[in-house]
Design a protein around this ligand. Sequence first.
Ligand code: SAH
Length: 498
Amino acid sequence: MTGTVTLVGAGPGDKGLLTTAGAQAIARADAVVYDRLVGEDILDLIPPHAEKISVGKENSHHPVPQPEINDILVRLAREGKAVVRLKGGDCFLFGRGGEECEHLLANGVPFRVIPGVTSALAAPAFAGIPVTHRDFTSSVHIITAHARAGKPLQINFDALVRLDGTLVFLMGLTALEQVTSGLLRAGMPPDLPAAVIENGARGTQRKVVCGLSDLAGAVRAAGLQSPALIVVGRVCALSDQLDWFTPLPLHGKTIVVTRPKARAGTLAGKMRRRGANIIEAPCIETVPRKDTQPLADALQRSHDWAVFTSPAGVPAAVDALRRLGCDLRTLYGMKLAAIGKGTADALASYGLTADLVPAQYDGEHLADALIAVMPQGGSALLLRAKQGGQLLPEKLAAAGIRVTDVPLYDTVYRCDKADALRGLLAAGKIDAVTFTSVSTVEAFVQAVGAAEYTGFTACCIGTQTADAARKHGMCVKIAKNATIDELVACMEEIDNVP
Ligand code: SAH
């Protein structure tokens, strides 16, 4: 049976501005055909089994010609696939969405359209420019300033000036001079407020706001690049006053999050809400170990404490117990220790309250805290990664505690974004990298390879993590207490990195 093609508007780039319906369509997709302007974070939502086809369009240069894109959509649908055609911004605004629908219709392929947040409205909103305002104007007009190669712009500037509304030009950066001079010639006042917004509604957004006649020069001086759009109208005068985006504490900072995908969400979300440009580049993966025998053997004996040293250990224990045909009740009678708040929260999500969380969240302090409450000859069951550090078991054993160390999962170094990270590092575009464990540091270093690690600040949870980062010559900042909130706060203290 023929599949359906769903045209999805991905919004201006930030994952948060993708619609819920759009995200659901991506989650269900068997194949995704996407443009260049679709944000990386949104591409990360594509299910691993789905086919990913880039047909990136760049200015007048179309790597995959439109007829070919049309044919790809029909072919994939005829293979019975749920196809998502993912486009930047809204799919019907200068995105050739209409042409694609016509082609699908002509070929009997069913389609749907999920509109997206257009950059034409989102970029001004993130730049403090309300596109309409009762005191200034009651209309907004969206115009393409894209000319076919070698042809002059086909824009009726006289008509635009007479409209007296806010004008938004897309695809206009290369033609900026022609747009402003066209408007001036048609009688627009030279001091009419105007703006160019680069990377609108993204963490990397930049803007230039000035009088119309100065715009082209100011934009050239600032070196703004594509994607960018032009806004012309008196509402641009509000841009400074209503700018809510630039003052956010992490605005303008590009921050890499290295923790595993499943756990990156909260940290990345918190920093995004503070205005940061986040690059989610998980460098480690936790893989459950198939062999449950060590756990089965360990459970033959009784233990006083079950010790969890990372949030990932908790679901791994639940899973391993299930595979042994039992469940968390097997731990009945044991006290529960968690290395930090995240791990205690993971226990809480299963209805369990940690009996002990050390004041400082690392292996050393966990060992001290356990030794303080356990009698000599007591026993501790460590439920953790195969690659866990030796400090904790050694300290416990030295204090006369019987330790059973059960490996439940492997911490595997794996980074799909290694090339991108290397490029950004070389270009000096990374302000900070967050490390939440020693293994994230080692995995990052392995992914990036030999490099100078001095251009950014390594923001670390825990002294052992910080030591590992220092060992590689990184400039380190430690979260005051090892929580995600403290890590975010520590990032806000980074000033200009050398
Ligand atoms: N369908 C898209 C527009 C496609 S045309 C939408 O609704 O947004 C591509 C043009 O959109 C670019 O040349 C640029 O002018 C503009 N654009 C897209 N994303 C942008 C962004 N994040 N910031 C500024 N302009 C953007």
